[in-house]
Design a protein around this ligand. Structure first.
Ligand code: FAD
Length: 419
C-alpha cells in the first residue's frame, strides 16, 4: 500500500520517543500515516540522549562469543573493568545469563551476525536520507572509526571478533606506527596499531539529532502526548486503548518502542521477553586544553569509545547490570582515567556524566515486527549497543509493515516469540 492508499483516519500510536520511536514516527509520516507519539518525558531523554554517537555498521558481532564464559570472572573481579553486576540484581540475571551463554555457540553467532548485518549496513545512507535539508544534516559525519591496539599482537589476539566482522561485510584498513600517528596525532604513543573501519560514521550530538527529527515530525502535523503509559486495555480480546497518566487514549495501530521499559507492556499483551536494562555510562569533557581526537576512537581492551562531539569529547562504555537502581558514578572516574590514557595531551575541562539503560536481549538481537498475538500491535525495542545505528532500518521496516509493503529485510530473526 502506498501513501495514497493509507486508510483515512487510520491512526498509529507509538509509545516511546527515543531515537527508535522518533525515526519510526518520521518514516510513517512520510508515507502518509497519522501518528501520535507518546512519551512520559521530552523526546530523547532516555538511552538515546547520551550514547557514543557511532553509526556502527561494523557492530555485527554479538556480545556473546565463544569463550565468553572464561572471560567474565576476570572482568567482574577487575574494579577498573568494563563489566559489573549489582549484587541486588544478580538473582534476576540468572535466566538471562544462561540464554546469553547459549547464544555464544558458533551456529548462533553466524545467524545473529547475519541478521545484524541487514539492520546496520546502510546506517549512514539511512541517516543522510532522514536528515536531508534539515537542521540535523550537519550532525551526520561520514568517518572511519579507529579501533586501536598497543601492537599487532593485541589485534591478532582479538581475531574472533574480526573474523565475524569479515564474514559479514565489514571492511577495514590496517594502520601501523607513523600511519596511525599521522591520522590521529592526539592518540597516546603506546597505541601503535589500528584498524580503520569503513562504511561507518558518527553524529556530533545524538540527542539533538533525535530532537531535530522530532521537530520535523511535529512541523509536518505529527501529534505528541507527554504522558506515562500505565496499561493497555482490551476490548473483545483486542488492544483498544491506553491508560496514561493524562488520559484514556484510544488506539488503532500500536507500536511499542519503549527501549529498556518495553518488557512490561509486552508482558501485558502476553508476550514475555527476557529484556534486561544493560546500563552504560558516559563522561563528556568540555572546555579542555590540548588536542582531542579527529575521529571516533574505540579501545577494545578497555571496551570504551571516544567521540568528538559538538559539546566536547565524549567517552562512553561500561556494562553494568543493575535494573533501575541508582547510577554508580564511580564508573565515570574510570571512564575519565581511560580518556587520559588515550589522549594524554588533554588537560583540565569540565565534566558532564550520565548513565543510560540499553535495552538488551540475551541473543544481542532486537525485537522488530508484528505481535504474534495481536495483528494491530508492532514491536521495535531491544537494540542494545546499536540502537542509534539500527534506527533507520528499523523505522523503514516498521513503516513497510504498517503500510502493507513487504519489508526489505528478513524479519524472522527478530520475532518476539523466538525465546
Ligand atoms: C553508554 C552507551 C553508549 C552507546 N553508544 C551507542 C553508539 O555509539 N551507537 C549506537 O548505535 N548505539 C549506542 N548505544 C545504544 C543506544 O543508545 C540505544 O540502543 C538506543 O538509544 C535505544 O533507543 P530506544 O529509542 O529504543 O530507547 P530510549 O532512547 O531509552 O527511548 C525509550 C523511550 O520510551 C519512553 N518510555 C518508556 N516507557 C514508557 C511508558 N510506559 N510511557 C511513556 N513513555 C515511556 C522513555 O521515556 C524513553 O524516552 C549506546 C548506549 C549506551 C548506554
Amino acid at each position: 500500500m502506498n501513501a495514497a492508499t493509507v486508510s483515512p483516519g487510520s491512526r498509529t500510536t507509538i509509545i516511546g520517543a527515543g531515537i527508535i520511536g522518533v525515526v519510526i514516527a518520521r518514516q510513517l509520516q512520510k508515507r502518509g500515516h497519522c501518528v501520535t507519539l507518546i512519551d512520559r518525558n521530552e523526546p530523547a531523554e532516555g538511552c538515546s540522549r547520551g550514547n557514543a554517537g557511532i553509526l556502527a555498521a561494523y557492530g555485527v558481532a554479538p556480545l556473546s562469543l565463544p569463550g565468553i564464559l572464561k572471560k567474565v570472572p576476570g572482568m567482574l573481579l577487575d574494579p577498573m573493568g568494563p563489566l559489573s553486576i549489582r549484587r541486588q540484581h544478580l538473582f534476576n540475571m540468572v535466566p538471562w545469563l544462561w540464554r546469553f551463554w547459549r547464544a555464544s555457540e558458533a551456529g548462533s553467532v553466524e545467524r545473529i551476525a547475519a541478521a545484524l548485518e541487514t539492520l546496520l549496513e546502510s546506517t549512514v545512507s539511512g541517516y543522510k536520507a532522514l536528515t536531508r535539508n534539515t537542521a540535523a544534516e550537519s550532525l551526520i559525519k561520514d568517518s572511519p572509526v579507529l579501533c586501536v591496539y598497543e601492537n599487532q599482537y593485541a589485534y591478532e589476539k582479538d581475531q574472533l571478533v574480526w573474523r565475524v566482522r569479515e564474514r559479514h561485510g565489514v571492511r577495514w584498513n590496517l594502520l601501523k606506527n607513523s600511519e596511525l600517528r599521522d591520522m590521529e596525532p592526539a592518540l597516546a604513543e603506546r597505541y601503535q596499531f589500528a584498524a580503520a573501519l569503513e562504511n561507518c560514521g558518527f553524529t556530533l550530538n545524538p540527542q539533538r539529532l533525535a530532537q531535530v527529527l522530532f521537530k520535523e515530525f511535529i512541523r509536518d502535523g505529527g501529534q505528541f502526548l507527554r504522558s506515562d503509559v500505565r496499561d493497555i486495555a482490551m476490548e473483545n480480546g483486542k488492544p483498544a486503548y491506553l491508560h496514561t497518566s493524562a488520559c484514556r487514549h484510544s488506539i488503532q495501530k500500536l507500536v511499542i518502542a519503549c527501549g529498556a521499559w518495553s518488557g512490561q507492556l509486552a508482558q501485558r499483551l502476553q508476550e514475555p521477553v527476557p529484556l534486561q536494562q544493560e546500563r552504560g555510562y558516559h563522561v563528556t569533557l568540555c572546555d579542555f586544553e590540548g588536542r582531542g581526537p579527529r575521529y571516533p576512537i574505540m579501545s577494545p581492551s578497555q571496551k570504551v569509545i571516544a567521540t568528538p562531539m559538538e559539546m566536547g569529547l565524549r567517552i562512553a562504555g561500561m556494562v553494568e547490570f543493575g535494573g533501575f537502581l541508582p547510577p554508580d558514578y564511580r564508573r565515570s572516574t574510570i571512564l575519565r582515567s581511560h580518556l587520559t590514557g588515550l589522549f594524554p595531551g588533554i588537560q583540565g575541562g569540565n565534566i558532564m556524566q550520565w548513565m543510560g539503560h540499553r535495552p538488551s536481549l540475551p541473543d544481542s538481537l532486537p525485537v522488530i515486527g508484528r505481535s504474534s498475538r495481536h495483528a494491530s500491535v508492532f514491536y521495535a525495542f531491544g537494540h542494545q549497543h546499536v540502537g542509534l545505528t539500527a534506527a533507520p532500518m528499523t523505522g523503514k521496516v516498521i513503516a513497510d509493515l504498517l503500510s502493507g509493503d513487504r519489508p526489505s529485510i528478513d524479519l524472522s530473526p527478530f520475532r518476539i516469540d523466538r525465546f
